[in-house]
Design a protein. Sequence first.
Length: 198
Amino acid sequence: MLREKLEEFARKELTHDDHVVIEATGNAAAVVDVLSPYVDRIVIANPRQVRMIAHAKVKTDAIDAAALAKLYASGFLPKVWMPDQRTLALRRQVTRRIQLVRQRVRLKNLIQPILHAHLVPPYPHGNLVSISGRKWLARQMLPPDEREAIERHLSLIDQVEQALTRVDADIAKCTMTDRTIRRLRRRRRRFGSGRRYW
């Protein structure tokens, strides 16, 4: 699905009286953005709940479209809330942060098998990629190729850390100007962590 083709379809096939129903997917927000000027209303359906309601044994695009149309017409279509552009941007940044953290964990997990293969015990003080952890790594007896592999992994971890710092700064900048989040932070300071023991 390309933006130009979708715009061409909207200009030729849709009118301002139309209601469009689409399933929530990774590019649903972009589809809404393209189609909104051409139609009266766009509804995003929750695909998991639609699947539970529809019970279709055969799945084709035509059958899925018919099921969505019937559920929408009958008022039983399970809808998904469509966030504004600011919220979408924040969601994307949070998703990027999660991906970077996973990448960092994966890289750290590549170092441990190298040490294990050469009978090096686990680092006793927690974070293997900290300054003290790297000094400890430098003292271990490892073949040159394995040491180079560890250095490559550490270099990539440093790059991921730099990207994480930038993403964290972007998230902080976005959230610090949000009135709702400022209100929640004031409330947290006023009432504490929110834990209550009865």
